[in-house]
Design a protein around this ligand. Structure first.
Ligand code: ASP
Length: 453
């Protein structure tokens, strides 16, 4: 049995939904279909999830939301019209959404999550009814009935372990199961969503729960590319990569697959296949436990902006027990998470996303580090980009760092920081944001285009 997940762009129009139908029925193993809410029909369009968020915001601010409501209903209705579906499914969606929006919103987070989740929930009902109209046995299944339980963290739910056992019994149901992505239920019966793009997470949880042989994730590109196609034209496609490589790449800006979504599939050792709804015969990218390292040390290069670094220097830091933990405790006090901590004997640098701090918090943090840790020097650098050079093959290859550093030097890019974990799955270069594209292109040229000597 396979779990197949379709993203928003695969479900944005009736034409797209028909492609989805054909993909599902072309393989009898495709029993579990996870759907997103309708996404963008063109680059200027707005995703249904974003319309729902705006609508919920209007309600919370006491503003008129009638036109947003109609726009949302029209998104479903236009799909139904295109596919000649009976109007009763749209009427049902209209009534359900209306009563949700008019319902209790004293708890803002709960209300927002319930409204966001309705995008996928209603779409799953629409998709199931289209499949039925084509004479196929298909049914909508609610995450509540299936027992998909999550933690009570609004907009950032985590799956509870008992869900996996509950989901296993879905195997007994006959026909195709259409399952809404993006949310689960708390043990108290409230809807809570995963983080944005979280339908990928649902697909992975379901794949683990039903012990699928494969998790197919359909999106709108042929494969995961070795580098961002907005930086390098027609980059090489990746045919196979490991869970760890994918995790590193999606962390630093590869948005094809949600970074949290790998964990459930990885734990159950279920391979993931990223494929294109608009070109389903293309093999796509497989994400697996182990792969042959036949294609050189580097599998992909990713980058992301918006980081800052806090450099802390103190003579004899290496001998001071508890220095690191005190430093990180200060960040914890402000609820900030950090990304990397490259260090020397007498210094440590903390790299974090700079949107976690405004200028006042920044000043407070620096003052506290200076005072409480008696640091000799504390410096902050803004607007950094992190570039991740990723590949399990780096472990067996000599000279990858040298090649990367030379490529950056030849391109005139100043490396602000380097970090390589001992797992050797990735190498991180910190550069100024202004140099990001140049650096990525130079590294791509070095590892994917230049003929090895
Ligand atoms: N519709 C949700 C979002 O836009 C979840 C998803 O598409 O995966 O974030």
């Amino acid at each position: 049995m396979k779990v197949v997940k379709f993203g928003g762009s695969s479900l944005a129009t009736g034409e797209q939904l028909d492609k989805v139908f054909n993909i599902v029925v072309s393989d009898p193993k495709r029993k579990f279909v996870v759907v997103s809410a309708p996404g963008k029909r063109n680059p200027q369009d707005i995703k249904v999830t974003d319309l729902l968020i705006e609508c919920a915001d209007h309600i919370l601010q006491g503003k008129d939301y009638s036109s947003l409501f109609e726009t949302i209903i029209e998104r479903y209705a236009s799909i139904a019209r295109e596919l000649n579906l009976e109007t009763d499914v749209i009427e049902k969606i209209r009534l359900d959404l209306k009563s949700l929006l008019e319902g209790d919103h004293t708890n803002k987070d709960r209300f927002m999550d319930a409204v966001k989740a309705s995008g996928e929930d209603n779409n799953a009902k629409l998709v199931a009814s289209y499949f039925q109209s084509k004479g196929v046995e298909a049914q909508y299944v609610s995450p509540k009935d299936a027992g998909l339980f999550v933690t009570d963290e609004s907009g950032n739910a985590q799956v509870l372990a008992k869900s996996y056992e509950n989901l296993y019994s879905l195997r007994e149901k006959s026909g195709i199961i259409v399952f809404p992505g993006f949310f689960g239920y708390t043990e108290n019966g409230d809807v809570v969503t995963f983080s944005r793009s979280g339908s990928d997470i649902t697909g992975s949880i379901l794949a683990n729960g039903v012990k699928a042989e494969l998790y197919e994730n359909f999106t709108d590109v042929d494969a995961v590319y070795s580098v961002n196609p907005n930086i390098v034209q027609n980059p090489k496609e990746i045919s196979e990569l490991t869970y760890r490589e994918m995790r590193e790449l999606s962390y630093a800006g590869f948005s094809v697959f949600h970074d949290e979504a790998l964990i459930p599939a990885f734990r159950a050792e279920i391979p993931v296949n990223v494929k294109n709804t608009n070109n389903p015969s293309a093999p796509g990218t497989r994400i697996v436990n182990k792969r042959e390292n036949s294609n050189g040390p580097v599998v992909g290069i990713a980058s992301d902006k918006g980081f800052c670094s806090i450099y802390v220097g103190k003579y004899l830091m290496n001998r001071e027990i508890g220095f690191g933990s005190k430093l990180l405790r200060i960040l914890e006090d402000y609820g900030m998470s950090y990304e990397h901590t490259p260090s020397g004997i007498d210094d440590i640098t903390i790299i974090l996303r700079q949107n976690q701090m405004d200028q006042y918090t920044e000043k407070d943090v620096i003052d506290r580090i200076k005072k409480e840790l008696c640091a000799d020097e504390v410096k902050i650098k803004h607007d950094l980009a992190l570039i991740m050079v990723v590949g399990e093959g780096m472990r067996q290859n000599v000279g990858t760092t040298a090649k990367a550093a030379k490529a950056l030097a030849d391109a005139g890019v100043n490396i602000e920081m380097i970090n390589q974990g001992s797992s050797e799955v990735s190498m991180m270069f910190g550069v100024r944001e202004a140099d990001e594209k140049l650096a990525v292109s130079a590294l791509y040229e070095q590892f994917f285009v230049a003929v090895p000597v």
